[in-house]
Design a protein around this ligand. Structure first.
Ligand SMILES: Cc1ncc(COP(=O)(O)O)c(C=O)c1O
Length: 371
């Protein structure tokens, strides 16, 4: 689905030198590289505070811990997302509440959100799925009405810009109370290992997030609260700092791939290409089609036979996952989520795709669908 090696080869000299510098400095944990990367993320995203951590799942967990959520508090997440979004809710013994997504954008449906709020609701976790922003204006309005926290799960949309109706814009992940992201290698800003970050504009919260990620301490060996151990290592920070400077270029390359796919599939009434809402741009972490009247799993198999990877993100929605069996969840009816689960398929999208690869992939997709 991605070609991280070809991308690395283009920046090899810079990356190798940065790694060597860390090895020479022997500052493997923390230090200048991590601080430089946090500062660079603040400049790029416009967030006032960035706290780096070990991965995107920890980032969500630390965010929920910092907001002081108590066991039994309800946290609303979409069902149609990667499991990490909701898993941390369960891990902290909070109560996951699943809501529907919009059929076109695959992101949280504000009307479904409104209906899911109860007196126990404390937080909303919109996910900027596949690289497209959730409808943040509506979500923020609902959150304000009910005094709820908003944690944006921005693991898949770093660099995506959200535009408010008055024309002002913000980077996805910097709009809610807290935003989180992942630097898993295949992400738009991918490390060569694990990594994550947390964004906020609230200085008090930033301090708490930082402490929680570091065993609840500000001063070494004086632990003021229960935290965890979640660090971005210096080698990854140095690599990410180089790649952050190229993030816009990388996202543009992804947009060009999406445009080529869109062109090839235009007019085919069995293929719904990704929608881009007026308030969002799309950084295509995934290029995901919705297929109507097509044997989707057959296409997945056929493409594999042609040595073309394709993926079903996600084959089982959250509300059907066995891990929540003991959570006393209601019997959810999620028509849109189920509809999407049966029809979506993601095609390869990365920064190093060429015309020949694109023609081979689109040709094979169309061969199968039109036969
Ligand atoms: C939507 C979403 N949330 C959270 C995560 C978790 O990130 P990580 O794999 O770095 O823990 C991911 C990434 O895989 C993701 O796609």
């Amino acid at each position: 689905m991605v070609d991280t090696r070809s991308q690395y080869l283009k920046i090899k000299a810079e990356v190798d030198a940065a790694i060597q510098e860390i090895l020479d400095s022997a500052a493997y944990i923390g230090g200048k590289a991590v601080q430089d990367f946090s500062n660079a993320l603040n400049s790029y995203t416009g967030a006032e505070h960035t706290i780096t951590c070990a991965n995107g799942t920890d980032a969500l967990q630390i965010a929920m811990m910092a907001l002081g959520l108590e066991p039994g508090d309800e946290v609303i997440t979409p069902s149609f997302t990667y499991i990490a979004t909701t898993e941390v809710v369960a891990l902290l013994r909070l109560k996951p509440v699943f809501v529907e997504v919009d059929r076109k954008t695959f992101c949280m449906d504000p009307e479904a959100l409104r209906k899911a709020i109860t007196p126990k609701t404390k937080a909303i976790v919109p996910v900027h799925l596949y690289g497209h922003a959730a409808p943040m204006k509506e979500i923020l309005e609902i959150a304000a009405e009910h005094d709820l926290f908003v944690i944006e799960d921005n693991a898949q949309a770093i660099g995506c810009t959200y535009t408010f109706p008055d024309g002002t814009s913000k980077k996805a992940g910097t709009i809610g109370t807290i935003g989180t992201t992942s630097f898993y290698p295949s992400k738009n800003l991918g490390a060569y290992g694990d990594g994550g970050a947390i964004f906020t504009n609230d200085a008090t919260l930033a301090n708490k997030l930082k402490m929680i990620a570091n065993h609840g301490q500000q001063k070494r060996y004086y632990h003021e609260m229960v935290g965890c151990n979640s660090r971005l290592d210096a080698i990854q920070a140095a690599i990410l700092n180089i790649k952050l400077q190229k993030l816009d270029e990388y996202n543009t390359a992804r947009k060009l791939v999406a445009a080529a796919y869109n062109k090839a599939f235009a007019g085919n009434d069995r293929i719904i290409t990704p929608h881009v809402a007026s308030y969002s741009d799309h950084v295509y972490h995934q290029y995901t089609l919705v297929l109507e009247g097509v044997d989707r799993d057959g296409l997945n198999k056929y493409l594999a036979e042609q040595r073309i990877p394709s993926m079903i993100y996600y084959p089982v929605p959250g509300h059907r996952q066995e891990m929540f069996a003991t959570f006393d969840l209601p019997k959810y009816e999620m028509a849109t989520t189920d509809w999407l689960t049966e029809r979506v398929i993601s095609l390869p999208v990365h920064t190093e795709m060429d015309e020949e690869q694109l023609a081979y992939i689109t040709g094979n997709v169309l061969n199968f669908i039109n036969r």
